[in-house]
Design a protein around this ligand. Structure first.
Ligand SMILES: [Fe+2]
Ligand SMILES: [Fe+2]
Length: 343
């Protein structure tokens, strides 16, 4: 059995996440269009809040995609559908009621995609569940948006048909439903995406790789071992390079053990490539993986203890958040390079 680093299931989920990102762009564009066409103050306020949520959720989706560690392209049919709907939304054939009705269907689609990714993650691997956890926020908010849109649709529809306002029954119920949903979402959201600092994003990667090591330890199926190792190889390579590009140079002036971290990562890369040349069904494979795990976990402990302390003592909140943004961007670029080099 020859080791390959790509896995069909994981690529399919990457494509679904890319679909979600493309759809999120459409949702944002639609809401901007509605705001320019809408004259009702309450509805405008509701749409404005939704737009802000959706912009924030776009950031979360981008974080999840980087965290997931496999990049994908949206399906061609998705791209075409989005282009068609975008044209309709910008045009004047549809009434505002009809446009918002279409928008509500798209929200539904986004909710279902989010749920589907969660269900698929449960089947494929715990590491994916770890990577996509922030998607919960997006799903909860989209469900709340769906309820709000029903209220908006009632008002717009009755006005278009009768020229009169409906009684406010549904609008009030909608606000209650939204409050309930937001309560649930509130307990899920630990941090807004834009508040994540460099320690948070590094820790998320460490948790994910630890999960992958446990997944390998827990199976004897060579196919599964190959799949999990493929993900470890990609994640560790990208994580280490991004640290070397963004984090280590930033901490070097105040953290004297930085060189040690560089050296350890060079050794890890040698081990990774050595394992990559083995067959996942060979007896040495798991032994080499557990040696790698030991090394990685030592390294992780050092980063999370002394390096994090040095960062806490020497960087402002703003610097820590800026490092997180740079780290995520570096990872995204490195993932693209790595995928291209493996083709
Ligand atoms: Fe590191
Ligand atoms: Fe690290």
């Amino acid at each position: 059995m020859v080791l390959t680093l790509d896995d069909t299931k994981r690529t399919a989920i990457a494509s679904k996440l890319a679909d979600m990102k493309a759809l999120q762009e459409l949702l944002i564009a639609n809401e901007q269009t509605f705001l320019s066409e809408c004259s009702d103050q309450d509805i405008c306020k509701c749409l404005q809040d939704m737009l802000e949520d959706d912009r924030k959720n776009m950031g979360i989706l981008e974080t999840v995609i980087v965290q997931y560690g496999v990049q994908g392209e949206p399906k061609q049919t998705t791209t075409e559908m989005i282009k068609e709907i975008h044209k309709l939304m910008e045009g004047s054939e549809l009434t505002l009621f009809e446009k918002v009705g279409q928008h509500e269907l798209l929200k539904h689609q986004q909710v279902m995609s989010g749920l589907l990714v969660h269900k698929a993650a449960q089947v494929v691997g715990a590491d994916i569940e770890v990577a996509i956890t922030p998607l919960n926020t997006v799903n909860f908010e989209n469900r709340a948006h769906q309820e709000q849109l029903k209220g908006v649709l009632e008002i717009l529809g009755v006005r278009e048909l009768t020229g009169k306002n409906p009684d406010q029954g549904l609008w009030a119920r909608v606000q209650d439903a939204v409050a309930a949903l937001t309560g649930v979402a509130g307990s899920v959201i630990s941090r807004a995406d834009d508040e994540m600092n460099i320690q948070d994003v590094i820790r998320m990667d460490h948790m994910k790789v630890n999960t992958l090591f446990m997944e390998i330890a827990g199976t004897e199926d060579p196919q599964k071992i190959q799949e999990f190792f493929g993900q470890i190889y990609k994640d560790l390579t990208v994580h280490a390079k991004a640290e070397e590009q963004v984090v280590y140079p930033a901490v070097r002036p105040f953290y004297s053990d930085t060189q040690e971290l560089y050296d350890e990562q060079a050794e890890m890369q040698v081990q990774l490539d050595e394992i990559k040349s083995l067959s996942p069904s060979s007896p040495q494979f798991k032994e080499k993986v557990s040696q790698l795990k030991e090394k990685v976990m030592d390294h992780v402990r050092q980063e999370e203890s002394t390096m994090f302390t040095a960062i806490r003592n020497n960087c402002s909140d703003e610097q820590k958040e800026q490092l997180a943004t740079q780290f995520k961007a570096a990872k995204s670029q490195l993932q693209t390079q790595l995928a291209a080099s493996m083709k």
